[in-house]
Design a protein around this ligand. Structure first.
Ligand code: AMP
Length: 394
């Protein structure tokens, strides 16, 4: 069966087409600048990459072009070959703890939850509607970023604020990157051949979150009410003292939304380094003795280590620590420094093996008290797997 995984953003649509018999990627690509001048698509298949500028008025246009191209390029012979479409959905609040077949109720909920993910939920709905229009009644599945974290207990997901804020306004920790953390947990299960392990999953990319997992269930995670919370990220601050917000509002004559925008867009690595949000640029600057870049990296490492230490205690010890996403999969010095800081927990890694990038590798030495792995994440595959399972078990 062939399944398409879709990640629809406000002006983009990413796709991956899988042959699920062997979980192989047949084709992947992205439609960019949808509804904006200069829109284009990139489609990869058979080791080739096609890029073309084309007018895309909306997501419906993008999906139409995508399906036409899949047939024109002989990637599929007819649309009937597509057995299902899986959509990455960002926010399912506390209603969705699992992936679901998309019904009108799901679409309505996504619209109702838009206040919780104003950029993502409306874009997700556009993606769903565009495929509905193009493929009629083909089965579609929604895979929520928040779902995996629904196993957190109240004392993990509640903030110590007036209870009314939770009851009446839905103020609580929701957590994000759930599909990635779940993929990491299922990969560790495959590696160890059991599921009764305690795992700290470190998804550290441009966005980043740490997740404490016990027996395949999320116990706690670093992102919160929004993806702004937790560790330091490319442009996001992560946790800060909230009193900073009114103070900076007054200093800079900004309103609360504008200061929060600064915390989202010009903080993190970019804010401290005053140079770049990209770890590669930061590392290059450090090679040139740049002090702010060095400080940014140190702070970044410290925030990750803080969360790992916190979750080590919460879980009552840890069997496995995993690194994933852009920085986790590729940044040799960042992994090295995080692991060095964890030496007091008995973490030891092989520095030679740590030089590998972008591949599954066991970093820990035989005498390390905790297994340490790099596992490249694959949210698209997880979405496709959920889609196939739900369709087959309907
Ligand atoms: P992601 O959001 O998962 O795509 O991660 C993007 C981030 O990964 C980039 O902003 C970089 O900071 C980081 N990254 C990717 N490749 C490397 C690399 N080779 N070395 C260091 N950092 C990298």
């Amino acid at each position: 069966m062939k399944i398409i995984s879709i990640n629809a953003g406000s002006s983009s649509l990413k796709f991956t087409l899988f042959e699920m018999d062997n979980e192989e990627v047949i084709s992947s690509g992205v439609f960019e600048r949808i509804g904006i001048e200069g829109s284009k698509y990139t489609i990869k298949y058979n080791g080739e990459k096609i890029e073309q500028e084309i007018e895309l008025k909306d997501h419906t246009d993008a999906v139409k072009v995508l399906l036409e191209k899949l047939i024109d390029l002989n990637i599929i012979k007819s649309l009937d070959e597509i057995g299902g479409v899986g959509h990455r959905l960002v926010h399912g609040k506390d209603k969705y703890s699992k992936s679901v077949i998309i019904t009108d109720e799901v679409i309505e909920d996504l619209e109702n939850f838009r206040k919780f993910a104003p950029l993502h939920n409306p874009a997700n709905v556009l993606g769903i509607k565009a495929f509905k229009e193009a493929l009629g009644d083909v089965a579609m599945v929604g895979v929520f970023d928040t779902a995996f974290h629904q196993t957190m207990e109240k004392e993990a997901y509640l903030y110590p604020v007036p209870y009314k804020w939770y009851e009446e306004y839905g103020v609580r920790k929701y957590g994000f990157h759930g599909t990635s953390h779940r993929y990491i947990a299922s990969s560790v299960k495959q590696i160890l051949g059991r599921e009764d392990f305690k795992l700290i999953s470190c998804h550290i990319g441009n966005g980043g979150s740490i997740c404490a997992i016990d027996n395949m269930k999320c116990v706690d995670t670093s992102m919160g009410f929004t993806p702004l919370a937790g560790i330091m990220m490319g442009t996001r601050s992560g946790d800060i003292d909230p009193s900073i917000i009114p103070y900076v509002m007054e200093k800079e004559g900004k309103n609360a939304s504008e200061v929060v925008e600064d915390l989202n867009k010009v903080s993190g690595l970019l804010g401290l380094s005053e140079y770049s949000s990209d770890m590669r640029d930061i590392l290059e600057k450090i090679d040139n003795q740049d002090e702010k870049a060095l400080l940014a990296k140190k702070k970044y490492v410290r925030r990750v280590v803080d969360y790992i230490a916190q979750y080590y205690v919460l879980l009552g010890g840890v069997d496995v620590i995993c690194f994933t996403a852009g920085v986790g999969e590729n940044s040799v010095p960042v992994r090295k420094e995080i692991c060095e800081a964890l030496a007091c927990l008995g973490v030891k890694i092989d520095l030679e093996l740590n030089n590998k990038r972008g591949e599954l590798v066991k970093l820990s030495t035989d005498d390390s008290k905790i297994l340490v792995y790099v596992i490249p994440t694959d949210e698209e595959l997880m979405i496709a797997r959920d889609t196939m399972n739900l369709i087959q078990n309907r």
